[in-house]
Design a protein around this ligand. Structure first.
Ligand code: NAD
Ligand code: WQD
Length: 361
């Protein structure tokens, strides 16, 4: 790919200032040996923090400092075709990693139009601009949520998708996968890797970037870590009457830096001769842990007691979910390497060093 000129391979990362996106940008720059990789981030900052008067979001500034490299940043909405087109004209984009989306499951039930607008219309606009500039390589952020209620565990990629989905968020991920399949059928130039994440947790080992949810966290790990740091009083455990090891929900938690490495491997697949079409791949560890096992692991890593109270089940939750990870190994040559202890330890380092997330005050 490299023709010897500086900055010949640009990767466009939509939503690159967010949680998974920022860790992937860090991993791409940390793993790049050729030094000619250009990273172009597009993010409308709806769920990322930028200090007043600064040009770039905090996460991007910190990654620039850590890697000693420059990241191109555009405060642009993926629904803005003209602004996207200018970016494709300015940079020679080789492939796109598409993270940008709204992701709060509960909120999506209240605001379906906002979710379909951002996640589906925005994604279609991005694909139109990609096609206009003949960019056909795409890594997409999908989710285990597309499987709905598991018919079998562990879940492999042949498990049916789209059945019984309860939230507009989940449906938007499923619809986008269907759109990408149709694109691949329409034109064999498309190369699409749809990565179905299980439950991303953890933070960069530096403790300088991590998950920074706005308001009260919806997800388990950020909730636990905010209890540990004293921002929240106690964890509410949603149900202890599931058919699981201790009655609480079981999930496949995966370290965000392992997830990021999975994206680096996916991008490498594009240069494999003969690679084309739509490929859905699970990214998980293959192991499931219960809510109470997560609480214990976090207590062990942080030395903090996590007070909790059992309450009723949360609407739409499933009992247990974990991935069959054989395809990720076969296709991407990737496996998660970080342990549950690493996930808790790294979350705690980030939370302890940044009790208020990226906000300076
Ligand atoms: P995030 O909210 O931290 O990151 C998404 C980023 O996209 C944010 O920085 C936000 O500002 C930006 N964005 C949103 N709408 C945009 C728009 N219209 N134009 C431009 N930028 C926009 O979320 P995340 O956890 O990093 O998730 C990244 C992707 O992974 C999402 O597509 C999400 O659906 C998917 N995913 C996340 C999880 C998870 O639990 N974190 C699990 C499975 C899949
Ligand atoms: C994990 C477990 C809860 C919070 C969600 C999305 C999914 C995907 C990942 C994007 C469950 C329990 C949680 C709390 C609790 N995202 N819990 N108290 O629900 O598996 O998946 O994020 O694609 O689509 O639905 O993750 O972290 O919310 O919950 O007891 O305060 O923790 O009931 O068993 P979930 P989660």
């Amino acid at each position: 790919l490299s023709n010897g000129s500086v900055m010949s391979r640009a990767i466009l990362v939509t939503g690159g200032a967010g949680y998974v996106g920022s860790h992937t940008v860090a991993a791409l720059l940390e793993r790049d040996n050729e030094q000619d990789l250009e990273i172009v981030v597009v993010d409308n900052l709806i769920n990322a923090h930028k200090e007043n008067g600064q040009k770039k979001p905090e996460a991007i500034k910190i990654i620039e400092e850590m890697t000693n490299q420059t990241i191109q940043f555009y405060d642009v909405d993926i629904r803005d075709a003209d602004a996207l087109s200018k970016i494709f004209e300015t940079h020679s984009i080789d492939c796109v990693i598409h993270f940008a989306a709204l992701k709060a499951v509960g909120e999506s039930v209240q605001k379906p139009l906002e979710y379909y607008q951002a996640n589906i219309a925005g994604t279609c606009t991005l694909f139109e601009v990609m096609r206009k500039y003949s960019v056909y390589k795409l890594v997409y952020s999908s989710s285990c949520t597309v499987y709905g209620e598991p018919e079998r565990l562990p879940i492999n990629e042949t498990h049916p998708t789209g059945r019984g989905l309860t939230s507009p968020y989940g449906k938007s991920k499923y619809f986008c996968e269907e759109i990408m399949k149709d694109l691949c059928t329409s034109d064999s130039k498309w190369m699409v890797i749809s990565l179905r994440y299980f439950n991303p947790v953890g933070a960069h080992i530096s403790g300088r970037i991590g998950e920074d949810p706005a308001g009260i966290p919806n997800n388990l790990m950020p909730y636990i870590s905010q209890v540990a740091v004293g921002r929240l009083k106690e964890l509410l455990v949603f149900g202890n009457d599931y058919p699981t090891v201790d009655g609480t929900g079981v999930r496949d938690y995966i370290h965000v830096s392992d997830l990021a490495d999975g994206h680096v491997k996916a991008v490498k697949l594009f240069s494999q001769i003969g690679f084309s079409g739509f490929h859905a791949v699970n990214l998980g560890t293959g192991a499931g842990y219960s809510v109470l096992q997560m609480v214990s692991a976090f207590e062990a890593a942080s030395g903090c007691k996590i007070p909790y109270r059992i309450v009723g089940r949360r609407a739409g939750d499933i009992a247990a979910n974990y991935a069959d990870v054989s395809l990720s190994h076969k296709l991407l040559g990737w496996r998660a390497t970080r342990t549950l202890h690493d996930m808790c330890n790294d979350t705690w380092r980030w939370q302890r060093n940044n009790p208020n997330g990226f906000k300076k005050s």
